[in-house]
Design a protein around this ligand. Structure first.
Ligand code: CP
Ligand code: NVA
Length: 306
C-alpha cells in the first residue's frame, strides 16, 4: 500500500495490522511518555480545502510524536484545482515533503494527487469518503468492546455521506454488521462502496436500531452542502439521535458515536452527546493513535504487526 485514499486500499490483514500498530503506539506513549522517533527528519504537507479541527491536530501532533513535522496549508494558500492543478501540487510537494495529507471537495482531487505524487497521499476527507475517521472508529469500538466481530452498528441520518460510506467499508473489514437507517434520498449508493460490503439499508424504519451495539450519526449537512441545509434539516428531522432512539435499541450498554463536529440538538441531542452512552470524545482522541499508525507505516515503513 503506497497511498491511503480509501478504506478499500486495505486488505483485511493490513487493516488489522494498522489497528494493532495504533494500539502499540498508544501503549508506548502511555507507558513511556514518548514514541520512537521513526519519522525523524520527515515532513508531512497538509493541504486543506475545508475546515478541520480533529484531522489537522491529529496529523500534526502525530507527526511531532513520531519525530517529524507537519505543515498546514490553508485553502487560500494552495487553492487545489483553482490556483494550481492537483497534479502540479503533487509534483511540487513530492520534491519537498515525505507525505501529503489532503482534505478536498471532489474525491477526484485525491485520486489526482495520488496518481502524480511520488510520496504517500492520505485522504483526510473528501466529499465521498473519510477513511481516517473510519479507521479510528473501528479502533474505538474494539477498545470499548474488546473485539468487533459480530457487533452491529446502526448508522442513523444522512447515509449518503463520506463518514457513512467509509464506515460501511470499515465495518465489513471488521466483520461487523452495519444498518444504515435513513429516509429515501439519503441512502448510500452501492456503486460508491467496495462491492464486498453488504450493509443493510433500511428506509424509514427507526425500529431497525433495535439490538444495535453502536448508534452512530453525523451532521445532516456536510461541508460544501450548506445551500441545502434547510431542506436537509426538514428531511432528516425524525432521524435525530435522542434518548427515545437510544431506548429503542433495547440495549442498556449501547454506545453512541459521532465523528464530530456535531450540530448539537439537530442530529444529536445534548443529553445523548453528554450522556453515559456517549464515546464521542474518546473517538475524537483516538484519531491521534490511528493517524500515527498510518504515518509510521506509510512515511516510516514501520511494518504492520501480525
Ligand atoms: N471528524 C473530523 O474529521 O473532524 P474535523 O473536521 O474537525 O477534522
Ligand atoms: N460529513 C461531515 C464530516 C465532517 C468530519 C462533513 O463532510 O462535513
Amino acid at each position: 500500500m503506497k497511498h491511503f485514499t480509501d478504506i478499500s486500499c486495505l486488505s483485511q490483514q493490513k487493516f488489522r495490522g494498522l489497528l494493532r500498530l495504533a494500539r502499540n503506539l498508544q501503549d508506548e506513549w502511555v507507558r513511556e511518555g514518548r514514541n520512537e522517533p521513526v519519522l525523524d527528519g520527515r515532513s508531512l504537507a497538509m493541504v486543506f480545502m475545508k475546515a478541520s479541527l480533529r484531522t489537522r491536530v491529529s496529523f500534526e501532533v502525530g507527526m511531532r510524536h513520531l519525530g517529524g513535522g507537519a505543515l498546514y496549508l490553508s485553502p487560500a494558500e494552495v487553492g487545489l484545482g483553482e490556483r494550481e492543478t492537483a497534479a502540479d501540487v503533487a509534483r511540487v510537494l513530492s520534491g519537498m515533503a515525505d507525505g501529503i495529507m489532503a482534505r478536498v471537495f471532489e474525491h477526484a482531487a485525491i485520486d489526482d494527487l495520488a496518481r502524480h505524487a511520488s510520496v504517500p497521499v492520505i485522504n483526510g476527507l473528501s466529499d465521498r469518503s473519510h477513511p481516517c475517521q473510519a479507521l479510528a472508529d473501528i479502533y474505538t469500538i474494539e477498545q470499548m468492546a474488546g473485539a468487533c466481530r459480530g457487533l452491529t452498528i446502526a448508522f442513523v441520518g444522512d447515509g449518503d455521506n463520506n463518514t457513512a460510506r467509509s464506515l460501511i467499508e470499515a465495518a465489513s473489514l471488521a466483520n461487523m454488521e452495519i444498518r444504515v437507517i435513513a429516509p429515501k434520498g439519503y441512502q448510500p449508493r452501492p456503486e460508491e462502496w467496495d462491492s464486498a460490503c453488504e450493509p443493510d439499508l433500511v428506509t424509514d424504519a427507526l425500529d431497525a436500531v433495535e439490538g444495535a451495539d453502536v448508534l452512530y450519526t453525523d451532521v445532516w449537512t456536510s461541508m460544501g452542502q450548506e445551500a441545502e441545509s434547510e431542506r436537509r434539516t426538514a428531511d432528516l428531522r425524525d432521524y435525530q439521535l435522542n434518548t427515545g432512539l437510544l431506548d429503542r435499541t433495547g440495549n442498556p450498554d449501547v454506545i453512541v458515536m459521532h465523528c464530530l463536529p456535531a450540530h448539537r440538538n439537530e442530529e444529536i441531542t445534548d443529553s445523548v452527546m453528554d450522556g453515559r452512552h456517549s464515546r464521542v470524545f474518546q473517538q475524537a482522541h483516538n484519531r491521534l493513535h490511528a493517524q500515527k499508525a498510518l504515518l509510521a507505516h506509510l512515511l516510516g515503513q514501520v511494518p504492520l504487526p501480525d
